[in-house]
Design a protein around this ligand. Sequence first.
Ligand code: AMO
Length: 446
Amino acid sequence: MTRTLITETISKIGEIVLIKGWVNTRRDHGKIVFIDVRDRTGLLQVVLSPELAGNLHSEDVVYVTGEIQARPEKLINPKLATGTVEMSCEKVELIAKAAELPFDMGKENLDLELPTLLDHRSLTMRHPKIQAIFKVQAVIIDAFRKALQAKDFLEFQAPCITPAVAEGGAEVFKVKYFEHEAYLSQSPQLYKSLLVGDFERVFSVNKVFRAEPSVTTRHLTEVVSLDAEFGFIESWEEVQDMEEYVVRFIFAEVANKCQRELKMFNATLPKLSDKIPVIKLRDAQEIIFKRTGRDIRQEKDLDPEGEREICKWSLEQHDSDLVFISHFLTKKKPFYVFPDPADPTYAYSVDLIGRGVEWSSGGQRLNNYEQILENAKEWGVKAEDIEMYLQSFRYGVPPLGGFALGAERMTMHILGLKNIRESTMFPRDMERIDVSLRKNNTAITG
Ligand code: AMO
């Protein structure tokens, strides 16, 4: 008999079918036993005798044959997609026996401490609510691709082993590369920029690596970076507009395809007005000072508290959960940023802040070869380390810009999760590779 997927059983009343899946839960009621069987499409209640049920328990892999029957009106379960039917079991085959579970997986919410949830990741990802997170994430990434493909961008795979530190700073993993030294890529930045000289418009969905020396709720050491870059721009605002288009496209796809998942988290998509507000860093700092009395007006960036405050302001004043912050200090950004000619202290750079956290960075880049060389020198970047990048600009690259969105942060803040590790299948941080590297987990800071 061929397999019937669980959600298909609602249209098979009166038929004998074979389903394949895992025992999700078992309930013993004297002479009858109920098991919920789970496959990739959903759950189905199966009714069977204690003899047939044997010692089946959660996560056993089973093939079950039986008749699909309509449930009596008062036994309909509106919470289940298959809640109008059940299977009367005739035969059970045990295909793979599961060990005793370390915790109860049958509850609607898997209320586990984060280290336990992550140390048992292969198992906890079987829970429907945990699966929902990664279904939403897959839709986000797919929508990012679709949005840019619709605008004629070409997808590329960026290298992970790089000869140079693209973003600067100390947050880089050195790797021993035979008798040479190399780095794990912090960002596909230099590659996406040089590719504008070849393909005009490119994007990538890539892992990037940051040697974050602290353990916070919003930092990972391995990140899925959604990068885009394009040429022949007229201004940095064009970059911001393209990003806004992509973000709106992503939200529309999530709204369209993930209603069930959003509901499981009681989540609503971030509010957007007609246009995402944009405000210069110094103006944002002034607003924060006026609203809270906290003076961060000389800082190079917004701190986490500042990001939260400016989002509150954006929601109150512009009815928008998202806000662009532009014009960061040129010297605090990487060597490739384009200084504002009106005041070169500040750059044509723009971050997107959503629900109190940075979702992306981007902006216009330098495209003049001589100026790039000059800046690289000033920033302490050796020309021989960025040879491939420079080659492109030596042979002519148009005015360009782009942005990068962090996939995990987007997922986290769309679903209202408290910790970025929840929106990462296999999170890495300074204390975790697969499982915790420490016996006693250090507290995660803000
Ligand atoms: P940036 O360093 O701001 O910009 O990174 C872009 C976005 O990637 C995400 N992100 C992270 N998420 C979790 N943990 C981390 N350690 C982490 N680091 C970054 C954030 C962030 O906004 N080259 C530029 C992009 C550009 O200008 O196009 C860059 O890498 O969501």
